[in-house]
Design a protein around this ligand. Structure first.
Ligand SMILES: [Zn+2]
Length: 128
């Protein structure tokens, strides 16, 4: 059983949540090519390892959260409200900066930074 630590409700079974998908950066609508839109809409990195995902707590607080989860072991190392970006590397632990302060728009499950694991999908599609 996967336990997801909802920031508002505490640890809950994953069955209470809807898995929205990997967090990926939305391309600029003014300059994105069709290939970039196709990659954003349909292609996923699907890594075997750590990834950042958006989940919706449908049987709880009905809010979106961003979860950092290992896809092989289902270990969860962070869960933050969607729209927040975790900042690591401080001596005091993990601090969080609101996305608006980081200069990005607040779209749930949307523009939350680069793909997890640093895996970028090339414009022509994933390698086979
Ligand atoms: Zn919740």
């Amino acid at each position: 059983m996967i336990l997801l630590p909802c920031p508002w409700c505490g640890p809950r079974a994953a069955t209470e949540f809807a898995h929205i998908g990997e967090v990926s950066a939305r391309p600029d609508p003014g300059s994105a090519t069709p290939a970039q839109w196709r990659g954003y809409l349909y292609l996923r990195a699907n890594p075997c390892g750590w990834t950042r995902e958006t989940w919706y707590h449908r049987a709880g607080c009905r809010r979106y959260i961003t979860v950092e989860r290992h896809t092989e072991t289902n270990e969860v190392r962070s869960a933050t409200p969607a729209g927040m970006t975790a900042v690591t590397g401080t001596a005091a632990g993990v601090a969080e900066v609101p996305r608006a302060a980081a200069g990005a728009a607040g779209v749930p499950g949307g523009q939350d930074g680069a793909r997890a694991g640093g895996a970028e999908i090339p414009a022509g599609g994933p390698a086979r």
